[in-house]
Design a protein around this ligand. Sequence first.
Ligand SMILES: *Cc1c(COP(=O)(O)O)cnc(C)c1O
Length: 364
Amino acid sequence: MQFCDLNRQYQTNKIEIDNAIQEVIDSSSFINGRPILEFEENLQEFVGVKNAIACSSGTDALLLALMVYNVQPGDEIICPAFSFIASASMISFYKAVPVFVDVSPLDYNIDVSEIEKKITPKTRGIIGVSLFGQCADFDRINELATKYNLWVIEDAAQSFGAKYKGRQSGSLTDIATTSFFPAKPLGCYGDGGAVFTNDDGLADRIRMLRSHGQEERYHHKFIGINGRMDTIQAAILNVKLKSFLSEVKTRRMAAKLYSELLSDYILKPEENEGNESVWAQYTIGVENRSELKDALSDKGIPTAIHYPIALPKQKAFSLLEDYHKTFGVAELLSETVLSLPIHGLITEEEVKFVSNSVNEFIND
Ligand SMILES: *Cc1c(COP(=O)(O)O)cnc(C)c1O
């Protein structure tokens, strides 16, 4: 069994994907080829935003979003204490200060009731992460941002395809970023990402920043980066987008089945009202995690730990004040979470097998 079966996914679309890759090679338009524009249009339609800007990774998408907001050394930016490091490290990359807020034990997302007390005159913005595929409570985050004149970024790296109160993840904030890393809900065959915004002015600047800040070739208006997506990745994503909704359905079926079958002695992830998670991960909480992980591994069931260290406790942040503070929920999660196999082509039988194996261990 695979944790995320990318080969099964490839086999179902093999001919179309092979053809799409071959067409790019035949055209020699490896950079800025037509599939890039097509993909951006597809994204705009799917997410329901005016501008989608394809880029080189989810990390670079965050880098670009912070660049367009002109983040300065010493600026404070609020972010959750439990996530993949990029949600916070890109803030530090600009020598700005990630100000961590603990997460909620119910949905693993930023605890909105804890945000306001962390806002100071130096606060510039909030990065909310939609972790494991479920959107954070962005209506409430946006309200706070309006009150204090802050910008909001949704890090939607894990939630592309999720819905919040009927709206698509990626359309909920001033700017949103996502990742097409192979194992994300929509993955390419290498690194890829995108930035979404309804603000045409910001979008124009992000497009320039993505390509060395140039307005036209070799005319550079801003200091930027090479943050472009490769044409081959866009060509693959255009094919994969066609079966994406069916994969989302399968992920949702699998999560529902896990929740029904798994023992009630386990902390199971829940969907908040108004949310439709894309279930990038199905992450449970157990006290004897390493024993369970080993027992499942013995049965050929791979699992993963997302994440073993609360973000403020990462060595990379050891110079921050937050490194020495307590983040109770994030720290507890880092010791107890375990992600079970889930992907867009997982079968009912596989979910049943994993669930039974977990229950056997728990009941032992
Ligand atoms: C994967 C991920 C990223 C980074 O995306 P890459 O494409 O790997 O650079 C950022 N934030 C979160 C929450 C992620 O899960």
